[in-house]
Design a protein around this ligand. Structure first.
Ligand SMILES: Nc1ncnc2c1ncn2[C@@H]1O[C@H](COP(=O)(O)OP(=O)(O)OP(=O)(O)O)[C@@H](O)[C@H]1O
Ligand SMILES: O=P(O)(O)OC[C@@]1(O)O[C@H](CO)[C@@H](O)[C@@H]1O
Length: 316
């Protein structure tokens, strides 16, 4: 069914090596109690969650040929169409250290270097996919060899064709992409602060910055705030959600799960309350597990009833 078709774009996928330890001590030897290695990267995580929810997902981006097996295995298992452009070398391995307290330290490596020819191939892939797809999620950092401006030009191309682009990135790529009118952006409060050029943590200042961002031609601004939930501006109206207190195992991929939840809700054309309670519950449940994915949809439905969603008086 075309209605449930999505493309996720991961320009810099990663094998995520997650290790548990009591407390991380910098500058000394730390013993890891248990570890997991999972194919990830923001767009791969979004794809996995969407596929588990029932979407027909195509993944693309750049993938190192030398360590692609865990990724292709995941795509086969989940019935995800593999449209990745293969590039020389290995995709990066990112290390995630999860302490007993729930605090996560990310060691994110640079990844492959892409050539001009690789970039052209991806551009062609996106053009081809845009003939049959209306919804794209472009998420994560850029590998070396591709500029933030190139990324922004793809968002502009999709926007001009009337496609809905869900966008989540950081640093220069985020700044460039935000100028390209994606349909939805999902900064966390730290990323929004970077964009605004000042530290933002209180709700009124987040709403003000989100409103300014929305006025640049972005239809949906979704501000994720970890345990404090989500602030969502859609066509000038703000909603806020608060998840219940969760027992945190790992927060890695919570943001991607929120993006996937918002995307699934849009594909289903749910109303705003349903959308936000679902996406918040989905992402809150994600922190109770190591790996990204929907382990039990019935649990999401149950948790959704505990998520507080309200419409705010402020106008965006
Ligand atoms: N401790 C928590 N308890 C409940 N829900 C949480 C918690 N942490 C995250 N979430 C849910 O996940 C969403 C996304 O989390 P967060 O704001 O940390 O995103 P992020 O910074 O993009 O995460 P990441 O980059 O680690 O994927 C939150 O808006 C919230 O709904
Ligand atoms: O370096 P990026 O692309 O910003 O982030 C990469 C990453 O941290 O994002 C995912 C969690 O959101 C992980 O699977 C992956 O390692």
């Amino acid at each position: 069914m075309t209605q449930f078709r999505v493309v996720t774009v991961t320009l810099n996928p990663a094998l995520d090596m997650t290790g548990d330890l009591d407390e991380l001590k910098a500058g000394t030897v730390n013993l890891i109690q248990s570890s997991n290695l999972n194919p990830g990267g923001k767009g791969v995580n979004v794809a996995k969650v969407l596929a588990e929810l029932g979407a027909e997902v195509t993944v693309t981006g750049f993938m190192g040929v030398e360590n692609q097996h865990p990724f292709t295995q995941l795509f086969e298992q989940k019935g995800i169409h593999d449209g990745f452009v293969r590039v020389a070398g290995t995709s990066r391995t990112n290390v995630k250290l999860v302490e007993e307290s729930g605090r996560v330290t990310d060691l994110n490596f640079p990844g492959v270097t892409v050539s001009k020819n690789d970039v052209l191939k991806l551009e062609q892939t996106l053009k081809t996919l845009s003939k049959t797809h209306d919804v794209f999620a472009i998420t994560g950092s850029l590998p070396s060899g591709i500029s933030p401006e190139k990324l922004a030009s793809w968002i502009v191309m999709l926007h001009e064709q009337g496609k809905k682009v869900f966008f989540d990135s950081s640093n220069a790529a985020l700044a460039a992409g935000l100028k390209a009118s994606p349909w939805l952006v999902k900064p966390n409060d730290e990323e929004l602060s970077q964009w605004a050029g000042k530290h933002l943590s209180e709700v009124p200042e987040l709403l003000q910055a989100g409103k300014t961002l929305g006025q640049t031609g972005i239809d949906n601004v979704v501000i994720s705030r970890g345990a404090k939930g989500v602030l969502w501006l859609k066509y000038g109206v703000w909603y806020a959600s608060q998840p219940p207190e969760m027992k945190v195992v790992s927060t890695v991929g919570a943001g991607d799960t929120l993006v996937a939840g918002m995307c699934w809700a849009e594909l289903n054309q749910w109303d705003r309350e349903t959308t936000l309670s679902f996406a918040t519950a989905l992402s809150a449940l994600a922190v109770t597990q190591v790996n990204v994915g929907v382990e039990d949809i019935a649990q999401v439905e149950a948790l959704r009833r505990e998520v507080n969603v309200k419409k705010l008086k402020e106008q965006g």
